[in-house]
Design a protein around this ligand. Structure first.
Ligand code: FE2
Ligand code: FE2
Length: 355
């Protein structure tokens, strides 16, 4: 006969142990180990694995404690309680602790066989399930570890990229600024024009309590506002006599040319539109688009006042002696509401004495 399963029997009644062991072996079980005390039974389970554990109720004082100790050693332990007639109620209480089945004395041999067969199969299933769960847990842990590694690598790469981007941005800005300064310097009268415009515009913006981020964009726009003059010939740019209509047409292109040069640099997003609009007039008579009033960006309206004042206060190829401060201020006031936004002129008048 083919045998199966290993069984542990914890029973303090020697003659009953012999009888039960024999009946179990007759059911086709490979081996039965008998232990006379709870402690011996626990030790046995710790040292070997069993498909089923039979416990005679009341072998030692507390069977429920024995059950929980056995579960601690092997959570998949399948337990069957052997009890005397009259102990049914006590056994009923034990069922909640996770025992598999219970058999009363005298033992029904057919039922014993049935319990052993089913119990051994159940234990095999529980073991397979545990192995599967353990495998799943390990794969999850390994996946989690890989995820963490990946996240760390992405984080490092992102940090490096942001640093690179920041470096690139700084280098770009420096290059463009040098270019803008070179354009200012083409006409020796205007070598610090852009920086001076920035200083005045920032004073106005601070007076108007603009947010720091907008002021920074305004500063960059001022530093680059005449970049488009790169596309205008010296013969026009440095001309000392009055410009012809055709030459004026060339000059009027510089805000658009500047914006087009800078447009591909996405980090200068806000700056580009300010440059494009820095010669628009409040009444719509400016260039290149003839925008009017609040349709012109606030920053561009500020640059326009700062630019005009700075130009009047400097010597130019066409006007060797600059206007006095009073004359220039008067000119700005005279054009308030037409060329300039009156609100910006008011702010300018508040700060002009501190420039
Ligand atoms: Fe300009
Ligand atoms: Fe300018």
């Amino acid at each position: 006969m083919e045998t199966f399963g290993k069984i542990l029997l914890i029973c303090d009644d020697a003659s009953y142990s012999v009888y039960i062991k024999e009946q179990i072996l007759n059911s086709g079980v490979s081996s039965v180990s008998v232990e006379p005390t709870d402690q011996a039974g626990l030790l046995s389970l710790r040292q070997g694995s069993y498909d089923l554990v039979f416990i005679k109720y009341g072998t030692d004082t507390d069977t429920s404690l024995l059950i929980s100790e056995l579960k601690k050693i092997d959570p998949d332990c399948v337990m069957v309680i052997l009890f005397e007639t009259g102990q049914e109620e006590k056994i009923g209480n034990l069922m909640d602790l996770g025992i598999y089945d219970a058999l009363s004395r005298p033992v029904n041999i057919e039922r014993l066989k049935f319990i052993i067969e089913k119990g051994v199969k159940l234990h095999a299933l529980l073991l397979a399930n545990r192995k599967f769960s353990q495998g799943l847990k390990e794969s999850n842990q390994s996946l989690e570890k890989q995820n963490m590694l990946l996240a760390k690598r992405i984080e490092d790469a992102t940090t490096n990229l942001s640093r690179l981007y920041e470096d690139l941005r700084t280098t770009y800005m420096r290059t463009i600024k040098v270019l803008a300064q070179a354009i200012d310097a083409r006409d020796h009268y205007t070598h610090s024009h852009s920086e001076d415009v920035a200083r005045i515009a920032i004073a106005i913006a601070n007076y108007l309590k603009l947010p720091a981020k907008e002021i920074e964009i305004l500063r960059q726009a001022c530093e680059l506002h005449d970049l488009g003059k790169i596309g205008i010939e010296d013969s026009i740019l440095l001309k000392t006599s009055a410009l012809t209509p055709l030459e004026w047409e060339q000059i009027r292109k510089h805000p658009t040319i500047g914006a087009q040069i800078l447009e591909p640099l996405t980090f200068l997003n806000g700056v580009v539109d300010l440059i494009r609009q820095h010669h628009e007039h409040y009444d719509g008579s400016g260039y290149p688009e003839g925008r009017k009033g609040n349709d012109i960006l606030l920053g561009a309206r500020i640059i326009h006042v700062a630019d005009a004042y700075e130009a009047m206060r400097s010597a130019r190829s066409y006007r060797k002696v600059p206007l006095s401060k009073e004359e220039a201020v008067l000119e700005i006031k005279r054009n308030s509401g037409t060329q300039f936004d009156p609100k910006i002129v008011d702010a300018f008048l508040k700060i002009v004495d501190n420039l």
